[in-house]
Design a protein around this ligand. Structure first.
Ligand SMILES: [Zn+2]
Length: 113
């Protein structure tokens, strides 16, 4: 699963899947060193949220506009756990885009839709 890219800034090759790249973020064509050096993306704004329980869980990976939004969403999410996953309490006010989703293959009974 090596995904080698060439950095647009320094021309160095780097792996998209190396721990440092995962940590510092940045664009797909920016090596972690440049991201860090240039301050292109200082904080991670991508959060993963899990829903459901155990083997029926699903995971959503969301990218937010900024760290505050990510935190706000996370707090609201935590506060609303156990409420059948209803998105209450203003989650819709937080801007985000879904970057990934991994829905468990569940046969939830009586799940409100
Ligand atoms: Zn670079």
């Amino acid at each position: 699963m090596k995904n080698i890219k060439e950095c647009i800034h320094c021309g160095e090759e780097f792996s998209l899947h190396c721990p440092k790249k995962r940590r510092v973020g940045g664009k797909i064509n920016e090596c972690p060193d440049c991201v860090e050096e240039l301050g292109l993306e200082i904080k991670s704004r991508v959060r993963a949220f899990t829903t459901g329980d155990g083997k029926m869980s699903a995971m959503q990976i969301l990218r937010f506009e900024n760290e505050d939004d990510a935190d706000a969403y996370g707090k609201t999410w935590e506060a609303n756990r156990g409420w059948n996953n209803q998105r209450r309490g203003g989650l819709n006010n937080v801007a985000f885009s879904k970057v990934g989703e991994n829905i468990g293959n569940s046969n939830h009974k009586g799940k409100a839709s």
